[in-house]
Design a protein around this ligand. Structure first.
Ligand code: SAM
Length: 252
């Protein structure tokens, strides 16, 4: 345990995560801005620029939540004059996915049938056929999953040959001084904000703990390779000193 936070047994993790995101669904977007001081928007923008999707690309956005990645992907494609690309969003939590559906209901993307939604677990995408997507994204979702290696295995299965896996996730700040500042923010500021803004300290304590427990950059890159993906270079890019990292791999 860190700072007295209780460690959650594996068997309870899935239901706990479901509860956390049911509790935070309506305040999720505001809390993201508050906790990251708005920087999560820049990380997500960078993530899509790095993806640089081709026109007509089919994206599977897993743990898609309220749709930040989906929105940016489709905006990027609009700017290229592409009106054929599409997104399938998957999330284990119906409340989070409903926030997403609400967000896109008035959009032309929805009217044109370019967005679809399924409630499901990233560890078992049995409702998605093999070799069916060009890009797979999971942003701030995989650390909440009980078995990250199963998530990556499923990503490999559903991607077409040549397809790309991309993960945006909190990671490790390597510089010790910055890491100390970051820890203060995590252990004091974030739970306090959760209490004050979302009236839910416990959920935000869980979120901080889940970040601490997720494997560091190089270990996660190895998990991706172990499931069959080819990485380029070390397989990840740090953003904001490693506060978050983008991991990427190709199915060849
Ligand atoms: N990708 C969105 C974004 O970047 O704003 C949402 C991220 S949110 C922090 C994490 C999401 O992961 C939640 O919506 C949660 O319900 C979902 N999630 C957690 N465990 C999951 C699982 N096993 N399978 C699918 N989704 C999961």
């Amino acid at each position: 345990t860190h700072f007295g936070f209780k460690t959650v047994p594996e068997s309870m993790k899935e239901s706990l995560v479901r509860n956390v995101f049911s509790n935070v669904a309506s305040s999720y977007d505001i809390m993201n801005d508050a906790m990251s001081m708005g920087v999560h928007r820049l990380w997500k923008d960078h993530f899509i620029r790095k993806m640089n999707p081709t026109p007509g690309a089919k994206l599977l956005d897993v743990a898609g939540g309220t749709g930040d990645i989906t929105q940016r992907f489709l905006e990027f494609q609009d700017k290229q004059g592409d009106s054929a690309s599409s997104v399938h969003m998957v999330d284990i939590n119906p409340e989070m996915l409903q926030e997403g559906e609400r967000r896109f209901a008035p959009s032309r993307w929805q009217a044109d049938g370019r967005i679809s939604f399924t409630v499901g677990n990233a560890e078992n995408l049995e409702f998605i056929p093999d070799n069916s997507f060009d890009v797979y994204t999971i942003a701030f979702g995989i650390r909440n999953c009980t078995h990250p290696e199963k998530v990556v295995r499923e990503a490999y299965r559903v991607l077409k040959p040549g397809g790309r896996f991309m993960c945006l996730e909190f990671s490790r700040v390597e510089n010790p001084l910055l890491a100390a500042v970051y820890d203060m923010h995590s252990f004091y500021v974030i739970p306090k904000m959760g209490e004050l803004i979302a009236n839910d300290r416990a959920s935000y304590e869980y979120l901080v703990e889940s970040i601490r427990k997720f494997p560091p950059q190089n270990e996660f890159a190895q998990i991706i390779r172990d499931q069959g993906f080819t990485t380029i270079g070390k397989g990840y890019e740090n953003l904001t000193f490693g506060t978050v990292a983008i991991h990427s791999g190709y199915k060849f």
